[in-house]
Design a protein around this ligand. Structure first.
Ligand code: B3K
Ligand code: ZN
Length: 887
């Protein structure tokens, strides 16, 4: 983990086929409280795709104590092999051979949570990307696929459940209260998909009948106290299995599928073959403990991991540069699944808001990299928003350009051609080219060029000839190491609206008739003009509908145009987008006024259009909730070359307050009506109820800004009298952000009493406080770090306190004295010694220093330098610091 040497760059262009292959992997684990022994027997061969020479065999291995090593049954003496900090070198004598080793490791001391480690008394593993090398010496690369047989031995009383990938084939008791179990995985897989679990777990069981009629046993293993929080995850799993059959024709392949929930986990979940391991916060839920957002997140993560069984496991990545091959595709699959299960437009709005706030920021910052990076130092740093979210957008654009049917043919061909193989993004594109007959060479620039493309669109209308011209220019800013980008292929979905908001038929010059009233223009050049004919009146364009490409679009709408589009656009996403742009401009006005020390003034058009929307009884509450939500502070900051986060926060607060005062009456009426239904309806996590609660909670948050004591009472009531966490937590957040300290304190106390034993609920209690924007936020956060339920070794707690503070608490994190930055730097240094992956993630807000005012820039850079000089750094943190300070 700690290092003194500078980590090396690994380049895609250096890829070479593996010298050797591993046909079979036989592992035996002996688990004890203070160590574990791992015996590995590897049946290997020289890679038949290469010549017949026998070069030295280099196996990966890290933090392993080698106890025995034998080649074809002959023990090797210390002169017959070479050991270094991360490799073992052996000289094979034959093209086929058997290599056996025993290593000793210490899972109980593994705080990096990579490899084999202990989490709340159970043993579990996390191998992706390169964690298997912390378990045994191996060819730990995804293009080496092997058949695994695994035996686990452990003490029976503490670890009655012993799990691994594939099917259980044997088990038994041994002496001294120990027992063992053997699992066999019939599918070849890379080591990153390997997993074991040993613990005292209870299990919820169900079954699924696949489309060909096979019965699959479904099991969720959890700690006993969580047994009543499995139903939602199990339902989500069954829905995912059915959806993948119906939409992609993909059937599950083993007789058993298991999910295990663990408390200490670096990310959300992991798609190990047949044995998915989940962060407990991403799978456990019931009405009283998990919010609607958590229920929806669980549904999508369960689906994501399940979908990996085909997009990731059956067809895997050749090397880690191809990571988006499985992640981008699988995120696209899970987002379409969620869209089908819930509201499609709302899901799109949520995804785009997230992408634009976080991925666009990454693309504009020092860590910018293409969807297929060309090099990295530490692969763990490349599980990024670009690989996942932008990667999914790239797949979505293919889906848009080729159409759903052709895309499906392409995915069928991809799975059929490459089943059991480790492949590249080019192979995925080649399958799409084969079925569509389209040359996607230019499209592939999305994989190699970093940065967010910008579209500048202008138009003109000629009433005499009834011709409307749309001119589209594209460009892409330089990113670290990349300049002079070439044009992308950009699907631009558009419509032309008349004065009544009706979409006009679209006929391009040269076409005989209008094809449709919405179409996708393919933008392929730096500048292109489209001429529409037979356009009877000056239209208002509706552009980039549904956010048809991950770009920044600029068209000069007037504010009245935006008001019109928010009310009338026939594309739900674009209605929302118009409202966001209008609100953004209103907030930017106030930022400017604050600078000029003028009395701030809110553009009354925003108030009036919100008033009209609130009065519209037939408007879907889910849409209304999205429409009246102001753009987040993070997104607003991204709109400035150099942002003043404090002024932006203040302006956004001002606009929220003004809206609340001006619209108090209609908001209160709507709130009462919604709250009444909630009180009468038992909690269900389905779209309609989720929409109601979202709108209700959003209205409550606005109303609490008016400091009306009756409303405070209602908020306290909602906090106390609710059958679900969605209403309770929202009310708590309102109180904690209000000037009503006593009410807030009482609520916090009663919440903590009630949920003290539930770590996932306590995470929410922590993060509501860490994100609270009242003064003295840093002091409160320091205090939270000393709470007995906090542990810096638990990533969920770190995210709940340190993460929430540095990403959501704008006024306190960006405090003018730099105390927020210094705090984060201290914590990152502390974390790096324990868990480098988490340290490298937590530092991210500081890496965006260029986005801020000079004063903030200097203070952020100072902290980055302080971390850099703080001593031995992990490769993870070193890479992020190098890149952030290089620009
Ligand atoms: N494939 C894993 C991510 C592993 C991250 C390793 N640092 C989860 C997922 O994307 O499904
Ligand atoms: Zn994934």
């Amino acid at each position: 983990m700690m290092r003194t040497e500078q980590p090396k760059m690994i380049a895609l262009s250096d890829y070479r086929l593996p010298d050797y292959l591993i046909d079979e992997t036989h592992l035996t684990f002996e688990l004890y409280e203070d160590h574990a022994l791992v015996h590995a027997r590897l049946l290997m061969q020289r890679n038949p795709a290469l010549d017949s020479s026998l070069p030295p065999l280099l196996l990966h291995g890290q933090a392993l104590e080698l106890l025995t090593l034998a080649l074809d049954g002959q023990p090797l003496t210390a002169v017959e092999y070479q050991l270094s900090a991360d490799a073992l070198q052996v000289q094979p004598q034959h093209s086929r051979f058997e290599l056996s080793s025993t290593v000793r490791i210490e899972p109980q001391n593994n705080t990096a949570l990579e490899g084999l480690y202990k989490s709340s008394g159970m043993f579990c593993t996390q191998c992706e990307a390169e964690g298997f090398r912390k378990i045994t010496y191996y060819l730990d690369r995804p293009d080496v696929m092997s058949r695994f047989t695994t035996t686990i031995h452990a003490e029976k009383h503490s670890y009655p459940i012993l799990l691994s990938n594939g099917n259980p084939v044997a088990e038994g008791d041994s002496e001294d209260g120990r027992h063992w179990a053997t699992w066999e995985d019939p599918f070849k897989k890379p080591a990153y998909l390997f997993a074991i679990v040993a613990g005292d777990l209870w299990c919820v069981e169900d079954t699924f009948i696949t489309m060909s009629g096979r019965e699959v046993a479904l099991r969720m293993y959890v700690e006993p106290e969580n047994i009543d929080k499995c139903q939602h995850g199990m339902d989500s799993l069954k829905k995912s299995m059915r959806w993948d059959e119906e939409v992609y024709g993909r059937e599950y392949d083993l007789d058993i599928f298991m999910i295990v929930a663990v408390n200490d986990f670096n990310m959300g979940a992991m798609e190990n073959k047949g044995l998915n391991i989940f962060n407990s916060s991403c799978v456990l839920a019931k009405a009283e403990t998990a919010t609607d957002a958590a229920h929806q997140r669980i549904e999508s993560i369960v689906a994501h991991e399940y979908f990996h069984n085909w997009s990731g496991n059956r067809v895997t990545c050749r090397d880690w540069f191809q990571l988006s091959l499985k992640e981008g595709f699988t995120v696209f699959r899970d987002s379409e699944f969620s869209a089908d299960m819930n509201s499609r437009v709302v899901k799109r709005i949520e995804d785009v808001a997230y992408l634009r706030t976080h991925q666009f920021a990454e693309d504009a910052g020092p860590m910018a990299h293409p969807v297929r990076p060309a090099q990295y130092m530490e692969i763990s740093n490349f599980y990024t928003l670009t690989i996942y979210e932008k990667g999914a957008e790239v797949v979505r654009m293919l889906h848009t350009l080729l159409g759903a049917q052709t895309f499906r043919k392409g995915s069928d061909l991809y799975f059929e051609r490459h089943d059991g193989q480790a492949v590249t993004c080019d192979d995925f594109i080649a399958a799409m080219e084969s079925v569509s007959g389209t040359d996607l060479t230019q499209f592939k620039r999305w994989y190699s060029q970093a940065g967010t493309p910008q579209l500048h669109i202008s138009d003109s209308y000629d009433a005499a000839t009834q011709t409307y011209q749309l001119t589209v220019k594209q460009s892409c800013p330089d990113t670290p190491g990349q300049s002079n980008k070439l044009p992308f292929v950009i699907p631009l979905s558009m419509a032309l609206l008349n004065a009544q908001g009706v979409a006009l038929p679209l006929q391009l010059a040269g076409e005989n008739t209008a094809i449709a009233d919405e179409r996708v223009l393919s933008i392929t050049e730096a500048e292109q003009t489209f001429s529409f004919i037979n356009v009877p009146e000056q239209p208002l364009p509706s552009l980039l509908r549904g956010f048809s490409a991950p770009v920044i679009m600029d068209y000069d709408y007037s504010r009245d145009d935006l008001v019109f589009l928010l009310q009338h656009d026939t594309d739900g996403f674009n209605r929302w987008e118009a409202g966001q742009q209008l609100a953004l401009q209103a907030i930017e006005d106030v930022v400017g006024q604050l600078y000029e020390t003028q009395e701030p003034m809110l553009d009354s058009r925003l108030v009036e259009v919100f008033r009209a929307l609130l009065a519209q009884e037939d408007l879907d509450p889910a849409m209304l909730a999205e429409f009246i939500a102001l753009p987040g502070t993070g997104y607003i900051i991204e709109q400035y070359e150099q942002a003043d986060p404090l002024a932006i926060h203040q302006a956004r607060e001002y606009v929220s307050d003004q809206l609340a005062y001006a619209l108090k009456e209609p908001m209160l009426a709507r709130y009462h009506a919604l709250r009444k239904v909630s009180l009468q309806t038992p909690y269900v996590a389905q779209a309609e109820d989720i929409a109601r609660r979202r709108l209700q909670n959003m209205l409550l948050a606005y109303l609490m800004r008016t400091d009306d004591l009756d409303i405070v009472d209602e908020c306290v009531d909602q906090f106390g009298v609710s059958d679900n966490m969605t209403e309770r937590l929202s009310a708590l957040a309102c109180l904690v952000n209000s000037p009503f300290h006593d009410e807030a304190e009482q609520a916090l106390e009663s919440f903590a009493d009630r949920f003290a034993d539930d770590p996932i609920v306590m995470d929410q209690w922590f993060s509501v406080q860490a994100a609270a924007v009242l003064p003295d936020g840093l002091e409160r956060v320091q205090h939270l770090l000393h709470h007995p339920a906090f542990s810096i070794k638990n990533p969920n707690k770190v995210r709940a306190v340190i993460g929430a503070f540095s990403t959501q608490n704008t006024p306190n994190f960006h405090a003018l004295d730099g105390s927020g930055y210094a705090f984060l730097a201290d914590k990152v240094i502390e974390l790096d010694a324990l868990n480098p992956q988490i340290a490298a993630r937590m530092i991210s807000p500081l890496t965006r220093w260029q986005r801020y005012d000079l004063h903030q820039q200097e203070m952020m850079q100072m902290q980055l330098k302080r971390i850099k000089n703080s001593g031995d750094l992990s490769a993870d943190l070193f890479e992020v610091l190098e890149k952030s300070l290089a620009v």
